[in-house]
Ligand binder design. Structure first.
Ligand code: NDP
Length: 338
């Protein structure tokens, strides 16, 4: 089979690409420039490199941005749409985040509907941000929950990202219901994601947002004290997130479903402990003495209910320890910490 994977330079996409290639799919990734496309193709082992190519889609918010990218010979069977901006600050919330997130999602669905009738299923990377509320948390969250963030609140930069994910996902389900395209839909609603950094990464300065916490720790950011854990205490390993995408694409029962993807709980103190006990050299340099590390994990925290991801997708979740160790090792390998 052949898959179109958007946002090919991304952290999550790099792991989706690895699994697709392992499973024998042909993959075309979309990227924003020739140079980025070449980096992605080069990052893939040469023996399978022939099965990856790229197409440039400069601005996913433009009308018809994906019209050409969705056409291919042989044609695509699946599309995985990961491309969406994820930062913590925005100069212009609409132009920089909401438009690419929402119009990017409806845009690719329109292009597939119009030009790629062979596509059977589209998997969209949504987020736990489309599920979680800000207050009055239930005891347990599952896929039946939706964020309550409003379009008006979306314009406040502190809410923009999570709102972009909610409204992009809603727009996708709405498109499926109203336009009755030939393809069906599944969404991956993963929580805060850690894991080995992409081999195609140009610099640790352009590392994806959710890995900043571990990068900063390795670079000495927790030398004085371990900062408060925010915005969330739930994490998942990127390799589990990637597998969820590929399973949601291929498993028939995944049709029409959202999947809440959570590996477990974390706190900065727990991450610091894992680094201390697994990387003794690093511990001496970058972490405060053990007695200063206070775990701020709230004991009455709500729980994630990930039953659906286990029963339908067969996911088994990676531990925090393995996730952190492999993430730190990938950062050390990338730059070397001395
Ligand atoms: P990355 O920043 O590594 O990946 C984002 C990808 O989207 C990059 O390929 C980026 O391209 C592309 N992109 C961003 N904005 C645009 C734009 N305006 N036009 C075209 N392409 C764009 O982050 P992640 O891998 O973490 O994120 C991937 C997806 O996963 C996103 O949809 C994100 O919302 C979602 N997600 C992430 C979570 C996490 O904790 N990491 C949690 C839940 C969901 P370029 O490299 O050129 O900038």
């Amino acid at each position: 089979g052949k898959v179109l994977l958007t946002g090919g330079t991304g952290f999550i996409a790099s792991h989706v690409l690895d699994i697709l290639l392992e499973e024998g799919f042909d993959v075309v990734v979309t990227v924003r420039s020739q140079e980025k496309g070449q980096r992605v193709v080069k990052s893939v082992d040469e023996t399978v490199g022939k099965k990856v190519s790229f197409v440039v889609v400069e601005d996913i918010a433009q009308d018809g941005a994906f019209d050409e990218a969705v056409k291919s010979d042989p044609p695509f069977e699946y599309v995985i749409h990961t491309a969406s901006p994820y930062q913590t600050k925005w100069e212009d919330p609409v132009k920089d985040c909401l438009d690419p997130a929402i119009k990017g999602t409806t845009g690719i669905l329109k292009s597939i509907h119009a030009y790629a009738p062979t596509v059977k299923r589209v998997v969209i990377t949504s987020s736990s941000a489309a599920i979680l509320k800000r207050e009055n948390h239930p005891k347990s969250y599952n896929e039946s929950s939706w964020s309550e963030v409003t379009e008006e609140q979306a314009l406040d930069g502190r809410n923009t990202y999570r709102a972009s994910k909610k409204f992009a996902e809603l727009a996708a389900w709405d498109f499926k219901a109203k336009e009755s395209p030939l393809f069906d839909l599944a969404t991956i609603n993963n929580t805060y994601t850690f894991g080995p950094i992409p081999r195609s990464l140009a610099s640790l300065n352009t590392l994806n947002t959710s890995n900043h916490r571990i990068r900063d720790l390795v670079q000495g950011g927790m030398r004085e004290a371990v900062p408060a854990t925010s915005p969330l205490f739930t994490f998942v390993d990127v390799r589990d997130v990637a597998l969820a995408h590929v399973r949601a694409m291929a498993v028939p029962e995944a049709t029409g479903k959202r999947f809440y993807i959570v590996g477990g709980f974390f706190s900065n103190a727990r991450i610091a402990e894992i680094v201390r006990s697994n990387f003794p050299d690093l511990a001496a340099k970058v972490l405060p003495p053990k007695e200063q590390v206070k775990d701020d994990f709230p004991e009455d925290h709500w729980t994630p209910d990930t039953t659906r991801s286990k029963t339908v997708l067969g996911l088994k979740y990676t531990s925090l320890e393995k996730t952190v160790v492999d993430t730190v090792a990938s950062i050390i390998k990338f730059e070397g910490v001395s």
